[in-house]
Design a binder for this molecule. Sequence first.
Ligand code: NAD
Length: 362
Amino acid sequence: MSYDITLIPGDGIGPEVIRATARVLEATGITFKWDEQEAGEGVMEKYGTPLPDHVIESIKRNRFALKGPITTPIGTGFRSVNVALRQTLDLYACLRPCKSYAGVLSRYSDVDLVIVRENTEGLYCGIEFEKGTGGLDKLIALVKENEGKEIDKDSGVSLKVISEKASRRILQFAFEYARKNGRKKVSAVHKANILKYSDGLFLSVAREVAREYTDIEFDDVIIDNACMQLVRNPDQYDVLVLPNLLGDIVSDLCAGLVGGLGVAPGANIGDGYAVFEPTHGSAPKYKGLNKTNPMATMLSGVLMLRYLGHKQSADKMEQAMAEVIAEGKYVTYDLKQDRDDVTAVGTSEVADAVIERMKSLK
Ligand code: NAD
């Protein structure tokens, strides 16, 4: 079996973790023809944009991409390439499984949660009104006229937009995922008690969609309570579905429950295309040091194999990784008891160990 897959190495530690992952994926015996594409700050000068059209075209052609993290500089011109990619390709579901692996230091030993985050709207819809602009003046006047409320002129405003259509498809995605993957329960997480017309709409659609999936248990929980309950007893949840910003925050919280970003994979999925990438960012201070953990990107590769229908290869790759982690010998600094442990290996040595381990598995 052979696949053309778009490969976006990204920047910072991206190229290292992507290279390690590509080698392990190739060792499964499946043939990947990588269509390598550059995006981010590094291509700004050449193409005038951090996300050139040919990168989008490549993903549209191949339908699947494996992507490394891309830096979003703070306070400079360009908005996040990652957000732009998700919106352009309508990758509306961000899937982030958070699972405990024996050998990873954590306060919990048996977490198995899946976060489904809405990826296209909410507070990330990109509609903002800057302090002191004419647009803000018009908004202030409109709010005064319609609501009788005053917004101070020295404010900045970001809109939270939640639509019925986007809510319905992310909730259906969560329930379908639960059904296909033998999950028992879906919990909708929200702040509908305060945000009555945005999260309130999300919640009412959640209740409607839940009625179509009587085989899956459903409940809903307010975000602040959800955070406390997750830390106290993560076992009470299974699949969590959330609006965009809440999903972003809870994804990292759950990554923390299983030992950190080094083992937190992710996928951005739409009806036509999917981009697989780790939850972590580009960790610029570790760039080029062959130091950081490639496991999160490899686990994103495992998710990709499952999406391509290669369950056996996915299981084998994941088992090899789990065994390498449990053994604790060929792991990066972040998986050692002591982060200064000099026996920690580098990014590429982890890939070597996983490949060796796969050879010994049936
Ligand atoms: P980060 O995830 O890059 O790094 C935070 C810390 O986590 C690092 O200093 C490091 O200690 C640790 N870490 C991260 N990945 C690791 C790994 N694979 N192995 C071991 N330790 C690891 O978060 P940040 O510093 O907030 O963000 C850096 C840049 O990445 C920012 O520009 C941000 O916008 C971007 N970012 C991109 C994506 C993406 O491309 N999808 C996601 C998140 C952040």
